[in-house]
Design a protein around this ligand. Structure first.
Ligand code: TRP
Ligand code: SF4
Length: 326
């Protein structure tokens, strides 16, 4: 195992979906055997946009951990924990807050974008502006060297590095400058061919039943040129075909032939890809069922994870507090 240390997190703002599986979980699972891993449910970060829905936060936090474990994160290999269980995140964020100039935060492109996009959320708040300061604390608290993230998070990682540099310059060389591991942007689109996202309602959740999956896939838009069975289609403009490419790779040539040759209809084509999704999710859903009937198990995993995380976190905080004079 290399000396690299990974930290990554997800915000528990809804149920995990196929995009989270391809974009994050499948990769995280691999890193577990290569590096020391910390995986965190970022509930403080979720609170920053979801503070009007207090009932959902805890539920989504636990559901998120269940999916992580069902889909292959292993608490024996990785430290799996909830951000708010480790109070040191807030302490370090407050210290970083003291040395982070406001213009660094105001010019953050992700911040500007989200203010535009999440208009219904009332996120013109103190905490939301400081979102990347807390994220920097998440990462640097563990002195992580690698952070797997999607493109949209790159500005946050850049700010993390700037904060680390500023701290190291002002006091002492304490923090490594973490590097991103850019997760390949998945080609997976939502059911309506826009980005798969909790807020668009176009996702297939990892916990969905066979019936739900079949029903959802049926609603997908296909090549508009294929009105009747006898009309040949163009797989390359069809989102269902993209799903075949990702989830039914061994059959893509066949699917192309039946679409272009107008031998199989869209309804059957969709049912086939839905079958693949059901098969893909089934083994993890079995594990999930066991977890559902044993809430204690998750609690234990999270308690152990928090304890392991805290050990590292407390050491960093002690060192940092001394340096800043607290
Ligand atoms: N901001 C990240 C997201 O929305 C979640 C997150 C919080 C995170 N803290 C982190 C990701 C630390 C990586 C490292 O996806
Ligand atoms: Fe899309 Fe399949 Fe219909 Fe072709 S047959 S248009 S690939 S759903």
């Amino acid at each position: 195992m290399s000396k690299e240390r990974i930290l990554s997190g997800m915000r528990p703002t809804g149920m995990l979906h196929l995009g989270n599986l391809l974009g994050a979980l499948d990769n995280w699972k691999k890193y577990q055997d290569q590096m020391e891993c910390f995986f965190m449910v970022a509930d403080w970060h979720a609170l920053m946009s979801e503070y009007k829905n207090p009932k959902d936060l805890k539920k989504f936090t636990i559901e998120c951990v269940k999916d992580w474990i069902a889909f292959g994160l292993d608490p024996e290999k990785s430290t799996i924990f909830i951000q708010s269980d480790v109070k040191e995140h807030l302490e370090l964020a407050a210290i970083f807050g003291a040395l982070t100039p406001i213009p660094w935060l105001e010019r953050n492109p992700t911040y500007k974008e989200q203010l535009q996009e999440l208009k219904d959320k009332d996120i013109f708040t103190y905490a939301f502006l400081g979102y990347p300061v807390l994220q920097a604390a998440d990462i640097l608290l563990y002195k992580a060297t690698k952070v797997p993230v999607g493109n949209d998070q790159l500005p946050h990682l850049e700010l993390t590095r700037e904060i680390a540099r500023r701290f190291n310059f002002l006091y002492k060389d304490v923090f490594p400058e973490p590097q991103p591991i850019l997760t390949q942007m998945s080609r997976l689109m939502g059911l309506d061919n826009r980005k798969m996202s909790k807020s668009y309602g176009n996702m297939i959740a990892l916990s969905e039943t066979e019936e739900q999956i079949q029903t959802k896939v049926k609603t997908m838009v296909t090549d508009p040129a294929r009105v009747r069975l006898k009309d040949p289609g163009h797989p390359d403009v069809c989102n269902v075909f993209a799903y075949h490419q990702i989830f039914n790779a061994k059959q893509v040539d066949e699917v192309r032939a039946w679409c272009e040759g107008a031998t199989v209809g869209c309804t059957d084509c969709k049912a086939k890809v839905a079958d693949q999704l059901v098969d893909l999710l089934k083994p993890a859903q079995e594990i999930r069922k066991e977890l559902d009937s044993d809430e204690k198990k998750i609690e234990e995993i999270l308690a152990a994870g928090a304890e392991k995380a805290r050990k590292v976190a407390q050491k960093t905080i002690e060192e940092v507090k001394g340096l800043v004079g607290l």
